[in-house]
Design a protein. Structure first.
Length: 105
């Protein structure tokens, strides 16, 4: 493989990363609410941090997990907001009762 080919591949990867970042949308959490961020998609997972009131989060992917009743209803959808960090979709204003991002793999 030539050096030129490596640079071309790196250029394509950079373009994909920029396109993904541009398509990323931030969603507001429920007003007046502090939300537990967990290490997995369910209430049995460890709390890794707490989101402050007025926070906005990206959703990279979504996955089913524990049912939670929250500000926006009851759901089993969990939003992956960072590596190993999940919040219940019941506290996120996505404008939908269903999936708005791809399923986590």
């Amino acid at each position: 493989m030539s050096v030129d080919r490596i640079e071309e591949v790196e250029g394509e990867a950079t373009k994909e990363a920029v396109a993904t970042a541009a398509a990323l949308h931030y969603y507001s959490i429920a007003p007046g609410t502090r939300v537990n961020v967990r290490s997995g998609p369910g209430t049995g997972y460890t709390i890794v941090r707490v989101l402050a009131e007025g926070s906005q989060v990206p959703i990279y992917c979504q996955t089913p997990g524990t049912n939670v009743s929250g500000y926006y209803g009851t759901t089993n959808i969990w939003d992956n907001i960072d590596d190993g960090q999940y919040i219940s979709d019941a506290y996120v204003n996505t404008g939908s009762d269903g999936y708005v991002r791809p399923r986590c793999s």
